[in-house]
Design a protein around this ligand. Structure first.
Ligand code: FAD
Ligand code: NAP
Length: 541
C-alpha cells in the first residue's frame, strides 16, 4: 500500500518533529509527520507518571522561533509539570496549524534510500509506504524505554507500569503498597509524588544519585513579564552558553578557592536551584579534586536532610563524579525518607532476584506489593534510530554501521545515508543541553540546508567519510578531556547490556557547537558531498 510522495517525511511529533514540520512547510515543501503515538508531544505525551516535570526552566525550555508565541504563552511555574508542557505543545500544534500534516498511530519500521531516484522509501507497521526526498529522524533521544526483564514479571498479580508508558488516564495508587525500581531523574520525581499517594512506598535503589533541589515555585506575572520584555537577550545568552541556558559558568577554579569560598559558591547555586550548582566553578567536570568538593557538598546536604543516619548513608552517591551521570533535580526527594510510609531498599547490597506473584524478592526478603513501577530508563540516543531498519547507499544497514558505536558528522548526518537528517543525534550536544534550544538549532540548520540544496538544484547531500571520522574522533577527544570519559552512564550505553561503550553526546558546549555548524554551512557545507543530477561537487574548505 502506498500512501504518497512527499518532499519530506519527518518521523516523530515531539518538540523536534513539530518544529521541523513548521520550518520545512515554510519552505514550500510537502511534508508528512509519522508518529507512533496516539497524540503529539513525544516525551511529554508518553511520560505521564506522577511528578513528571522539566528540570530546565520553562522560560528557557520552550520555543524561541516565534516572538508572538513566546509573548502570548505564560508558564505557571518555574519548572512546570507534564500536563502543562503537553498543553503547550498542543497549543503550538494548533497555533501553527500543524495537525493536518501529522499522522498519528503510525510506527515507522523501515527507511530505504533509493539511489536511482534519490528518494527515501519509508514503510510503516501497518503496511503503508511513503516516499520523500528528505527523511528527518525526529525520533527522540529518550523515547525507547528499557523494558524490565526481571524473571517472574509475567506472574506478578498486581499492576505494573513503566514510567514512560504510564496509562493515559492515570493510575490510582491511593491506599496501595507500591514499589518503584530506579532512582534516576524519573524515579526520583515519581517517588517524591507517589510517597504522598501510596499507603507504603518501597524505593528499590541500586545506585544512589546526586540530586539537586529545583527550588520550584510559581512564576509570578510580573517576573514573567520582565523576562518577556527582554526575551531576545535571554535567548541570545542561552544560545552562546555551554548548556543552553542563560546561567553563567563562573571563571574561578574550585581547586584554587578557599574552603569558605567554595562553601559559599556552592550554597548560592544550591539556593538558585536546578542544575546551577555545576556552574559554581569552571573545573568541576575536568578536575577530580574539584568535582569531589561539589560531590561532598551534595552529600552533606543529604546527611543534613535525612534523619536516619543509616538511610542517609545509603542515599549518598560515591564512586563516580558528580555530573557524569545525568544530574537529577528534585522537589523534596530526600525528605520522603523521613516519612513513615517510605522505605529505602538497597538492591546493590541485596539484588532483586525475581518478581513473584506477590511482589519483589531480593537476595534477603520478599516485599509484598500491589503496584510495581519501573523507572528503569531508556535505550538512549541510538535506541529509536536503530529500532528502524535504516538502509542507505548500496543497502547498507545503519544497525551494521553503528554496531561498534554510533558514527555521525555533527550528530546531524551519517556517511552513506544521503538526505537523512537526525535531530539532536549522537555526536551533538543534545542530551547534555537544554534540548529545546538544541532542537531549534538543528531544525534551523536542516531547513537552511534543504533551502540551499533546492536553490542550487541539488538532489542530495551526504557527509563524507573523512568528515565523519574526524568528527567522531573530536567528540571522543573532548569527552576524554572531562571526567565523563571514565564514568558509566546511559551517556555511553552502560545501562544497556551489550550496547557498545561509546560516549554519545558532544560535550564541547552548545555555543561552540553552533559556531562549528554555522561555519560548516557558511563554507558551502564543508565535509558534505552535494550532488546534482549531472555532477557531484565536494564542498571543500
Ligand atoms: P521526543 O519527544 O522523544 O519525540 C520523539 C517522537 O518520535 C516520540 O513521540 C516517538 O513516539 C516518535 N517515534 C520514535 N520512533 C518512531 C518510529 N519508529 N515511528 C514513529 N514514531 C516514532 N530535556 C530537557 O532539556 N529538559 C528537561 O527538563 C527534560 N525533561 C525530560 C523528562 C523526561 C521524563 C524525559 C524522558 C526526557 C526529558 N528531556 C528533557 C529530554 C526530552 O526528551 C527532550 O527535551 C525533548 O522533549 C525531545 O523532543 P524530541 O521531539 O526530539 O523527541
Ligand atoms: P536512568 O537515569 O537511566 O535511571 C534508571 C534507573 O533505573 C537507575 O537508577 C538504574 O540504576 C535503575 N535500574 C535500571 N535497571 C535496573 C535493574 N535491573 N535493577 C535495579 N535498578 C535498575 O533513567 P530515567 O530516570 O528515566 O532518566 C533518563 C533521562 O531522562 C534522565 O537522565 C534525563 O535526561 C531525562 N529525564 C529528565 C527528567 C527531568 O527532571 N526533567 C525527568 C525524567 C527523565 P543504575 O544507576 O544502578 O543502573
Amino acid at each position: 500500500m502506498s500512501e504518497g510522495r512527499y518532499d519530506a517525511i519527518i518521523v516523530g511529533a515531539g518538540f523536534s518533529g513539530l518544529y521541523a514540520l513548521h520550518r520545512l512547510r515554510g519552505l514550500g515543501l510537502s511534508v508528512r509527520v509519522l508518529e507512533a503515538g496516539g497524540g503529539i508531544g513525544g516525551t511529554w505525551y508518553w511520560n505521564r507518571y506522577p511528578g513528571a516535570r522539566c528540570d530546565i526552566e520553562s522560560v528557557d525550555y520552550s520555543y524561541s522561533f516565534d516572538d508572538e508565541l513566546q509573548q502570548e504563552w505564560t508558564w505557571s511555574e518555574r519548572y512546570p509539570a507534564q500536563p502543562e508542557l503537553q498543553r503547550y505543545l498542543e497549543h503550538v500544534a494548533d497555533r501553527f496549524d500543524l495537525r493536518r500534516d501529522i499522522q498519528l498511530d503510525t510506527h515507522v519500521t523501515q527507511a530505504r534510500y533509493d539511489e536511482v531516484a534519490s528518494r527515501w522509501l519509508i514503510d510503516t507497521q501497518d503496511g503503508t509506504s511513503f516516499s520523500a526526498c528528505y527523511c528527518v529522524m525526529a525520533t527522540g533521544m529518550l523515547s525507547v524505554l528499557k523494558r524490565p526483564d526481571f524473571p517472574g514479571l509475567d506472574d506478578f498479580e498486581g499492576e505494573w507500569f513503566h514510567t514512560a508508558r504510564w496509562p493515559q488516564d492515570g493510575a490510582d495508587l491511593a491506599g496501595k503498597r507500591v514499589g518503584i525500581v530506579g532512582t534516576g531523574s524519573t524515579g526520583i520525581q515519581a517517588a517524591t509524588t507517589i510517597a504522598e499517594q501510596a499507603e507504603h512506598l518501597f524505593v528499590f535503589q541500586r545506585t544512589p544519585n546526586y540530586s539537586l533541589p529545583a527550588q520550584n515555585r510559581p512564576l509570578p506575572g510580573e517576573e514573567a513579564e520582565a523576562i518577556k520584555s527582554n526575551y531576545g537577550e535571554r535567548r541570545r545568552q542561552a544560545r552562546e552558553s555551554f548548556i543552553g541556558v542563560p546561567s553563567q559558568l563562573a571563571e574561578a577554579a574550585a581547586v584554587e578557592a578557599t574552603e569558605q569560598e567554595r562553601a559559599q559558591a556552592f550554597e548560592t547555586r544550591w539556593q538558585q536551584g536546578g542544575l546551577n550548582l555545576m556552574s559554581a566553578f569552571n573545573d568541576l567536570l575536568t578536575n577530580a579534586e574539584a568535582n569531589e568538593h561539589a560531590a561532598e557538598f551534595v552529600r552533606s546536604k543529604i546527611r543534613a536532610t535525612v534523619k536516619d543516619a543509616a538511610v542517609a548513608e545509603r542515599l549518598q552517591p560515591r564512586g563516580y563524579a558528580i555530573g557524569t551521570k545525568r544530574l537529577c533535580v528534585d522537589t523534596g526527594y530526600f525528605e520522603i525518607f523521613n516519612r513513615d510510609n517510605v522505605s529505602l531498599v538497597d538492591v546493590r547490597e541485596a539484588p532483586i532476584k525475581a518478581i513473584t506473584p506477590r511482589g519483589v524478592r531480593t537476595a534477603d526478603t520478599e516485599y509484598e506489593l500491589d503496584v510495581l513501577v519501573f523507572a528503569t530508563g531508556f535505550d538512549a540516543m541510538t535506541g529509536a534510530l536503530l529500532s528502524i531498519d535504516v538502509r542507505g547507499r548500496g543497502g547498507e544497514s545503519l544497525r551494521a554501521k553503528w554496531a561498534a558505536g554510533q558514527r555521525t558528522y555533527l550528530g546531524l548526518a551519517t556517511a552513506g545515508f544521503p538526505n537523512l537528517f537526525i535531530v539532536t543525534g549522537p555526536g551533538s550536544p543534545s542530551v547534555l543541553s537544554n534540548m529545546v534550544l538544541s532542537i531549534e538549532q538543528h531544525v534551523e540548520w536542516i531547513a537552511d540546508c534543504v533551502a540551499h540544496l533546492r536553490a542550487g538544484g541539488m538532489t542530495s547531500i551526504e557527509a563524507t567519510q573523512e568528515a565523519e571520522d574526524s568528527w567522531v574522533a573530536h567528540v571522543a577527544q573532548v569527552a576524554d578531556y572531562t571526567l565523563h570519559g571514565a564514568a558509566n552512564s546511559w551517556y555511553n550505553g552502560a545501562n544497556i547490556p551489550g550496547k557498545p561503550r561509546v560516549y554519545m553526546p558532544y560535550i564541547g558546549g552548545v555555543g561552540e557547537y553552533r559556531k562549528i555548524c554555522d561555519g560548516v554551512a557558511a563554507r558551502g557545507y564543508e565535509g558534505f558531498l552535494l550532488e546534482t543530477t549531472r555532477e557531484t561537487t565536494e564542498a571543500a574548505a
